[in-house]
Design a protein around this ligand. Structure first.
Ligand SMILES: C[S@@+](CC[C@H](N)C(=O)[O-])C[C@H]1O[C@@H](n2cnc3c(N)ncnc32)[C@H](O)[C@@H]1O
Length: 265
């Protein structure tokens, strides 16, 4: 079953990822008058930044609660932007309706990458571009998700390998092959973002209400030994984030990510 990103509190993570939306939006200037679609907008980070630069913005996200949060943020900031519930597999935008399609760590979670690419290329105008970000394996996001995924598979059994093959959204060769089918070329840039905390414990506590953590906790709580399982998951997560700590005096992890730009031709 697909994760509801409206569970728990995505907001603190959204806040920590804001610098990446700032980079992606700044590198997409000029934006005045451009039609921008922010696919998987979450709390509206990239959408609001683009709207502040004069773009005509539609933020799309399957999580109804986050769409409401994004709408509220737009009102608070006095910014005009539309936010609609929708999914990468069926983007609620007309053919060629986006001069710029952004997706900051979002379309990478779509269960069917090819369907998402078909849709992103459909809504992108003939001279428009797609710009998305993806984590590169090795950082804290993947340490946490990988550890939790492995633990949940141990407890509940590995999910059936139904559905399409996942796409390596950070990998230029894989992306080139996936987008070529739709007549799009791809360029990938690597960047890094440091995440810091006073300690590994504090770092982990910041993501305790993340939708993935809340979803895992709810599933574990359905088991008679749920409390012990939850404690074991937390022990393993702490060990995983400690292992990648780069600052012995506190906590720091550099997360590599890819900025992917795709356009026709
Ligand atoms: C890590 S959050 C990123 C949110 C936002 N772009 C940001 O930078 O804070 C991932 C987002 O992708 C959205 N998402 C997950 N599956 C999706 C799908 N199939 N289509 C579109 N968005 C999806 C989630 O609802 C969530 O808001």
């Amino acid at each position: 079953m697909e994760l509801d990103w409206g569970l728990g509190q995505y907001e603190p993570t959204g806040q920590s990822l804001l610098p990446i939306s700032e980079i992606v939006v700044a590198m997409s200037e000029p934006l005045a008058g451009k039609r921008v679609v922010d696919l998987g907008t979450g709390t509206g980070n990239a959408a609001l930044l683009a709207a502040e630069r004069g773009a005509v913005v539609t933020g799309v996200d399957p999580a109804a609660r986050l769409v409401e949060v994004a709408r509220k943020r737009a009102v608070e900031r006095g910014v005009q932007a539309d936010f609609v519930v929708g999914d990468a597999a069926s983007i609620p935008v007309a053919d060629g309706g986006a001069d710029l399609l952004l997706s900051v760590f979002a379309v990478i979670f779509a269960p069917d990458a090819d369907a998402a690419i078909a849709e992103m290329t459909r809504v992108t105008a003939p001279d428009g571009l797609i710009r998305l970000t993806s984590w590169v394996p090795g950082g804290s996001m993947m340490a946490i998700n990988g550890t939790a995924g492995k633990f949940m598979a141990e407890v509940f059994g590995a999910p059936k390998p139904a559905g399409p093959e996942p796409l390596a959204w950070h990998d230029e060769d894989a992306l080139r092959a996936a987008f070529a089918k739709y007549g799009f070329g791809v360029k990938v840039e690597r960047r890094s973002m440091d995440l810091t905390a006073k300690s590994a414990e504090e770092f982990l506590a910041k993501s305790a209400q993340h939708p993935m953590a809340v979803s895992a906790a709810q599933a574990l709580a359905s088991r008679p030994d749920g409390a012990e399982l939850q404690a074991e998951l937390e022990r393993r997560l702490l060990a995983a984030v400690q292992e990648i700590n780069e600052d012995p005096a506190a906590y720091k992890v550099s997360n590599q990510y890819a900025i992917v730009t795709a356009r026709r031709g």
